[in-house]
Design a protein around this ligand. Structure first.
Ligand code: 3PG
Length: 226
């Protein structure tokens, strides 16, 4: 989706972030138990070839980790997730979030992101919500919770009327079904927690995170260039 009505530079920056999300193909959804987990987590993701993280605001560590990661890993793509209010969107963007993900279609969150020139991925799971999200300026639409709402079959069914919309299915995505999603032209990337579950972070299992990231990137390559 292009970025209409944006000043050229901001529009291009937003487009380039959307292109990076799409090119990586996977958005690791992260719930940090502590801010100390952030840097080793991102090291592991980068070592696995996936220099990106959606740091959720579900724990207080999330909002603190965003500026730390922007400084420690300036080449990685750091977004904020579980952004449910305009205030949280502002806080996350002020701290350096490069993209914002929301569980639902909240028009205030979308408006804040648009005004600041930050790509926004609102959650949507019905044709009406998808239409509303796109009209409000969604950069990509997070199809959530994908698995329980029909997964790949849902996306195939709505690709007719919403053919210009690119989705990030999230919820129930795993290495077992990642390729199936990525093979759909409507899918820009998939999101999920499988790469770095809170228990892996709590136990310091960064090797496992690196391995899962590397496996995910192999699946992306195979699905796209087979
Ligand atoms: C999310 O927060 O986006 C979802 O809870 C991720 O779902 P998953 O745990 O099934 O990947």
């Amino acid at each position: 989706m292009s970025e209409p009505n944006m000043p050229d530079t901001k529009g291009r920056e937003m487009q380039s972030i959307v292109e990076r999300i799409t090119s990586l193909g996977v958005v690791p959804v992260i719930e940090l138990g502590s801010v100390e987990q952030a840097a080793p987590l991102l090291e592991a993701l980068c070592a696995g070839g996936l220099p990106s993280a959606e740091i959720t605001l579900r724990t207080p560590a999330g909002i603190e980790a965003i500026p730390l990661l922007r400084r420690s890993h300036p080449d990685a793509l750091i977004g904020a997730g579980t952004v449910r209010t305009a205030e949280d969107a502002r806080r996350a963007i002020d701290r350096g979030a490069q993209f914002v993900v929301s569980p639902g279609t909240d028009l205030d969150v979308i408006a804040v992101c648009r005004a600041q020139g930050i790509p926004v991925l609102p959650g949507a799971c019905t044709p009406t919500e998808i239409g509303t999200a796109v009209k409000a300026g969604a950069s990509l639409v997070k199809f959530f919770p994908a698995g329980v709402l029909g997964g790949v079959n849902f996306l195939k069914a709505i690709a007719g009327p919403f053919r210009e919309v690119r989705f990030v299915p999230t919820g129930g995505v795993s290495p077992d079904n990642l390729a199936e999603y990525l093979e759909l032209p409507a899918v820009a990337a998939c999101g999920g927690t499988w790469l770095a579950k809170p228990a892996m972070l709590a136990d310091g299992r960064y090797d496992q995170i690196e391995k899962l990231a590397s496996e995910a990137m192999a699946i992306v390559r195979e699905a796209r260039h087979g």
